[in-house]
Design a protein around this ligand. Structure first.
Ligand SMILES: C[S@@+](CC[C@H](N)C(=O)[O-])C[C@H]1O[C@@H](n2cnc3c(N)ncnc32)[C@H](O)[C@@H]1O
Length: 359
């Protein structure tokens, strides 16, 4: 089946997430959208992903089924991922006359909101999708219909309402989900998060029906994660939370490791190279010790974030991350091809790099 995936602000990472779940595929990319041919997707697939905004199915416009349209005054948009203006205009006209012939009083809405990608490129983004009944797309010479969209509001609400939040230390639920998918852990398998904090990764894993072992040396964080998991009504048999140091912790066999370690102090301004390098060395020491302690208990992938720090220098602002070779050589693990991948916002002093290792 041919699908398009409209991706979030870091398309490179979102594509790697999709490949971890769907297996390798070839694709064509225009901006933040890719067109690919993969086996039929299960309904609700988008809810399992962190980096995809919408999924569309390629259809022949002549065979477009309109029987699912509930309103007789549908408002619709056409996402344009085509540089073939003629084809796009033809599709607009064809859709308009189709609706007219079938007795709909349809209105085409134009997309006026923009999403800034990590690369700096701006792409069109539909933010007020509640006002839109139907979404279509044109991708090069293909036309199709959007079949699933990410419910941002629900995700945000879920995150904002949980009893214990630590904004400056926690990763977003969407990034947590991407990392869990990169680990390839399956339903009923177990992941370990050796720096679990108040449990963003743990909650997302449990929502995906993956079991969790969470470790944190801070007893306040442990109280926080237990409160959050109770609030989330997750079954206690599916998680084990341990208050100890991950450098020496002993755990039962797990399928993957997914974690955001302490990335060093929270910085408001870009430090100089020496300070950044000191933070990174401390981080490397910690992650190497924890990986060496846990590697024999984890059979699959090791997915973790590392600091990616803005530094000031005479030549302007650059970013500095950790030395992947040092981590590999000190642990005997291998780097999965395509990683590390940078994940940051322009104004963020300490951004992240996502590492994926395996035996
Ligand atoms: C960046 S936070 C993790 C945030 C987490 N993703 C969350 O949702 O809250 C890092 C956590 O690692 C814990 N930590 C730091 N060093 C540790 C160690 N050696 N063993 C266990 N936990 C550690 C800290 O107490 C802190 O809660």
């Amino acid at each position: 089946m041919e699908y398009i995936f409209i991706l979030g602000r870091n398309p490179e990472l979102s594509i790697l997430e999709l490949k971890s779940r769907l297996g390798s595929f070839s694709y064509r990319q225009v901006g933040n959208a890719i067109l690919t041919d993969v086996p039929q997707l299960n309904k609700g697939f988008i809810t399992k992903l962190g980096g995809t905004i919408a999924i569309g199915e390629v259809v022949n416009i002549k065979k477009l089924d309109t029987s699912y349209i509930k309103s007789n005054k549908p408002r619709y948009v056409i996402w344009n991922f085509s540089d073939n203006e003629k084809f796009y205009e033809e599709i607009r006209e064809e859709l308009k006359s189709r609706f007219r012939e079938e007795g709909f009083k349809a209105t085409e809405k134009r997309i006026s909101d923009f999403l800034k990608l990590q690369s700096g490129q701006e792409v069109r983004n539909l933010s007020s999708s509640k006002l839109i009944d139907e979404q279509y797309f044109v991708f090069n010479d293909r036309f199709g219909r959007i079949i699933e969209t990410c419910d941002y509001e629900k995700l945000e609400k879920q995150d904002m309402e949980k009893p214990v939040r630590r904004e400056s230390l926690a990763i977003s639920p969407r990034l947590a989900k991407i990392m869990i998918n990169l680990s390839k852990a399956e339903q009923d398998e177990t992941i370990v998060d050796p720096f679990c904090g108040v449990g963003v990764i743990a909650q997302e894993a449990l929502r995906l029906e993956i079991k969790v072992i969470g470790i944190d040396k801070d007893s306040e964080a442990i109280k926080g994660i237990l409160k959050n998991l109770k609030w989330g009504k997750f079954q206690e048999k599916n998680y084990q939370i341990i208050n100890t140091d991950s450098i020496t912790a002993k755990i039962k066999k797990s399928n993957a490791l997914v974690t955001e370690p302490s990335l060093g102090q929270v910085l408001k301004y870009a430090p100089n190279k020496e300070i950044a390098s000191g933070i990174i060395k401390e981080y490397e020491k910690l992650i190497i010790k924890v990986l060496n302690n846990l590697k024999d208990s984890v059979s699959g992938r090791f997915v973790f974030t590392g600091p990616f720090i803005q530094t000031t220098s005479k030549t302007g602002i650059k970013r500095m991350g950790c030395d992947a070779n040092k981590i590999i050589n000190s642990t005997g693990l291998k780097l999965v091809s395509g990683f590390p991948v940078a994940e940051f916002r322009e104004n963020q002093v300490v951004g992240r790099e996502i590492f994926v290792l395996e035996h």
